[in-house]
Design a protein around this ligand. Structure first.
Ligand code: NAD
Ligand code: DAU
Length: 355
């Protein structure tokens, strides 16, 4: 099977690409990515030469380009992760999020629908003809101190990012309902782990602690997020892609809620040990800053459906995953320097010149 994965050079996408390339030698994985600031081919240097892997540079809003690659590579299934993903950037530039997350998704839906028209796929059995849309728990809005998001929770997005993801989810379901395009969706909680761009809380704070820079905690640090190790999310995506019921949605999360301030304190404790600092030293870097506009108070995912129906559950405890993550960033300072300096763009140009 020829599978198109979009956004495969990003944080989660790169873990999904690696998992599928290594686990399924019988598949060919085509990784389509525009290589924005968040996309980095170094994330995949270990599998770049695998015989069942091809990288394609391109933009999901470019309909002609998409039509060409569907035809040329006979693409038979899509796992769609490409997106603008950072809430703070969406507050600064909402239109960029509408372009990629809404227009890009609808463009991809159109091209897949057109390319697969008239083809007889037994999608439920073979997964050929399947459009899998990877989404976020933020589409459900913000919770107070009680309760969980289930697959039945009504959508109530509160930021330009989550509004754009909610719109894309609606379009995916509309294509299923209107044109009978076989789809599955999943909505996941906050991911952490190696290769996350250091604008998101955990990698940004690891980097700042290491450099003795202030840790900008928004508001009072009382917001709650539900954290999942990125490789567990990649495993869940593999499971939903292969076993999810066509037309259905699966919530993915680890029942692992942390108040931001508690998480930051834990991170400081781990970093003190790793860097040989006195206990409590890194915590002194905590600095309270103006809150994020419209900051969602709490996310908490009820992931019992994917556990009960598909047998997926997280493999790592948070403390263990956080240690592994911290260790990875400390061992991969070059990666951090590259993604923050823009040098990886030059790497790309050199490696793919003339292809
Ligand atoms: P990311 O920002 O790290 O990566 C996004 C990737 O998409 C990058 O490689 C980028 O180059 C690519 N991209 C962006 N615009 C593109 C375009 N127009 N055409 C082609 N490629 C483009 O994001 P991430 O954190 O890995 O998130 C991946 C997906 O998972 C997103 O859809 C996001 O909404 C969703 N998600 C993320 C989280 C999380 O905690 N990070 C949680 C739940 C769901
Ligand atoms: O819930 C899933 C979502 O999780 C994904 O869909 C998004 O793509 C992903 O970015 C993430 O969104 P958040 O806004 O929750 O993640 P972020 O790492 O930006 O922030 C986590 C929490 O930490 C949030 O409450 C804001 C706070 N924060 C963040 C930063 C960057 C700070 O207090 N200071 C910071 O500097």
């Amino acid at each position: 099977m020829h599978i198109l994965i979009t956004g495969g050079a990003g944080f989660i996408g790169s873990h999904v690409v690696r998992l599928l390339v290594q686990k399924y030698p019988q598949y060919h994985i085509f990784n389509l990515d525009a290589l924005t600031y968040a996309g980095n081919l170094h994330n995949l240097s270990d599998i770049a030469d695998a015989p069942n892997y091809t990288f394609l540079k391109g933009d999901i809003t470019d309909e002609a380009f998409l039509a060409t690659i569907f035809e040329k590579h006979q693409l038979e299934a899509v796992i769609h992760l490409a997106a603008e993903s950072h809430v703070d950037r969406s507050i600064l530039n909402p239109l960029e999020f509408v372009k990629t997350n809404v227009l890009g998704t609808v463009t991809l839906l159109n091209v897949a629908k057109q390319a697969w028209k008239g083809k007889v796929f037994d999608t439920a059995q073979t997964r050929k003809g399947l459009f899998y849309h990877v989404s976020t728990d933020e589409v459900y809005g913000s919770l107070e101190h009680e309760g969980f998001f289930t697959e039945q929770t009504p959508y109530s997005p509160q930021s330009p990012y989550s509004a754009s993801k909610a719109a894309s989810d609606h379009f995916v379901r509309a294509y299923h309902n209107t044109y009978h395009l076989p789809i599955v969706l999943s909505n996941c909680s906050n991911n952490y782990g190696q290769n996350q761009f250091p604008e998101k809380l955990i990698p940004l704070f690891i980097q700042n602690i290491r450099q003795n820079k202030p840790l900008p905690v928004y508001g009072k640090g009382e917001n709650v997020r539900d954290w999942l190790y990125v490789i567990d999310h990649a495993r869940a995506i593999d499971t939903v892609f292969h076993e999810g019921v066509i037309g259905e949605t699966y919530n993915i999360g680890g029942f692992n809620e942390w108040k931001n301030l508690d998480l930051v304190r834990l991170l400081c404790q781990i970093m003190d040990k790793k860097l040989g600092r006195q206990a409590g030293e890194s915590e002194k870097l905590i600095t309270y800053v103006t809150d994020r506009a419209g900051h969602d108070l709490r996310y908490a995912i009820d992931s019992s459906k994917i556990k009960e129906k598909l047998g997926w559950e997280p493999s790592l405890q948070f403390e263990e995953g956080l240690e592994i993550t911290v260790e990875w960033y400390l061992q991969n300072q070059t990666w951090l320097d590259e993604v923050t300096s823009g040098d990886y763009q030059k790497f790309y140009e050199l490696q793919y010149a003339g292809r």
